[in-house]
Design a protein around this ligand. Structure first.
Ligand SMILES: Cc1cc2nc3c(=O)[nH]c(=O)nc-3n(C[C@H](O)[C@H](O)[C@H](O)COP(=O)(O)OP(=O)(O)OC[C@H]3O[C@@H](n4cnc5c(N)ncnc54)[C@H](O)[C@@H]3O)c2cc1C
Length: 380
């Protein structure tokens, strides 16, 4: 595999890096200290990212996105992974599901999203259905003029700042999981949509974790993404791309952590020499470096498999998600150790990255679910 990036991708990486350094990094500490992000600030960041040309970079050009292939999306993700999750999201990786919207949904739904004016999130998880999506209880019943949704979702990111939520609901309870679900665009101002709460959590300050219910929530037929009963297939297609993107985010956090560790190991002195001159610290740095570079190649390989349409792309995406998330958490732990008490303190971003990286092993399919998929593939 040749990962010599074309000139335009190298330039794009530099653009994103500059954008992160200038617009996002200065906001990190304030959001962390406040424990939340101002929705108006996030909105203005989305508009700024759109102006710079990086917002919606992952969506096809036909619907107004940047049209980057998967490898390009990973390059952008590596730079975005160097900042916090809410800030990286404001720079424009939009739900891959939007690629399945029909032309009639373009002007009222997709256009305001790709411009950054409006925001959407997607809701699969329920109190009794996380990894086990087949146990989803939220239902949609057909009525003459549309559908009526009833149920509830939890642990959904950013519902508080969203204008719409893409909701996964059961439309054929008797069918196999592949033909059981449909995706509905639900406007948050819909009288049947009830926001319940932001759930307190470790890490990801500024990106809320939300719970809501749908009580006789009427939506029209125009609000279906794709076809009726093909929701599961669309989620699975989108999730592969998102898992590879996340692999890039995890590598980005690893790169940031490695840079911080190297800087500190060169500057801090103990027992009359630099921290980096102690073999125990050198070994930790070497392990950080090897795991990071190995993950980076795994993520690039997954992106390459996706771009070339390889049949085992799904497994490559699971490998990237599994190894990347585990690497980021292990790296944050090692770097915190290298920093000692300074790493535990809030004077440095290490403690924040340690907390943020923990959730990586759970969201978008836990490490156990990735392992299960990889093992099933091996034993098939
Ligand atoms: C930061 C973050 C953001 C999120 N954002 C969203 C979002 O925007 N939208 C959304 O819909 N959801 C979101 N989620 C929810 C996420 O998708 C679920 O947390 C995830 O699917 C796991 O479900 P669960 O938490 O209910 O765990 P469970 O499914 O209850 O699993 C609990 C534990 O058991 C393990 N386990 C479960 N089944 C098996 C099995 N068969 N074999 C082995 N081990 C198993 C799991 O790996 C886990 O360790 C988010 C989660 C996080 C952490």
């Amino acid at each position: 595999m040749d990962f010599t990036f074309p000139e335009e991708l190298i330039l794009l990486r530099e653009t994103v890096k500059r954008y992160v350094d200038k617009e996002l990094r200065p906001l990190e500490k304030g959001i962390e200290e406040a424990g939340k992000a101002d929705p108006n600030v996030l909105r203005s960041l989305r508009l700024k990212a759109a102006k710079v040309g990086i917002y919606a970079h992952n969506l096809p050009t036909e619907i107004g996105g940047g049209g980057l292939n998967c490898l390009g999306q990973v390059v952008v993700a590596e730079e975005l992974g160097r900042t916090t999750m809410p800030l990286s999201r404001s720079a424009g990786y939009l739900p891959a599901l939007l690629a399945y919207c029909n032309p009639e949904q373009q002007s009222w739904f997709v256009d305001p999203l790709v411009s950054g004016e409006k925001f959407v999130t997607y809701a699969v998880t329920e109190p009794d259905a996380g990894s086990d999506v087949g146990s989803t209880k939220t239902r949609a019943s057909k009525e003459n003029d549309g559908w009526v949704l009833n149920g509830g979702k939890c642990f959904v990111s950013n519902v508080d700042i969203a204008d719409w939520v893409i909701v996964v609901a059961v439309t054929d309870a008797q069918a196999s999981i592949n033909n059981r679900f449909t995706l509905f665009i639900v406007e948050k101002s819909n009288p049947g949509f009830h926001f319940i709460r932001n759930i307190r959590k470790i890490g990801w300050h500024g990106a809320e974790f939300c719970q809501f219910s749908l009580d006789d929530c009427h939506v029209s037929d125009d609000c279906i993404i794709g076809e009726v009963n093909v929701g599961f297939e669309l989620i699975m297609l989108a999730i592969n791309l998102t898992r590879i993107h996340l692999g890039g985010i995890y590598v980005g956090m690893g790169l940031e952590l490695r840079d911080l560790a190297i800087g500190y190991a060169k500057q801090r002195k103990t027992f009359g020499k630099r921290l980096g001159d102690h073999q125990a610290i050198q070994f930790m740095l070497a392990d950080i470096d090897c795991e990071l570079e190995a993950c980076r190649l795994l993520v690039y390989a997954a992106a390459d498999a996706y771009d070339k349409g390889h049949s085992d792309m799904r497994i490559a995406a699971s490998r990237a998600k599994l190894m990347g998330s585990e690497m980021a958490f292990r790296t944050a732990d090692r770097v915190l150790q290298i920093f000692g008490a300074a790493g535990v303190s809030c004077d440095y971003p290490i403690e924040r990255m340690f907390r943020d990286s923990r959730a990586f092993r759970i969201g978008e399919g836990t490490s156990e679910i990735q392992r299960t998929q990889i093992a099933r593939h091996l034993l098939r």
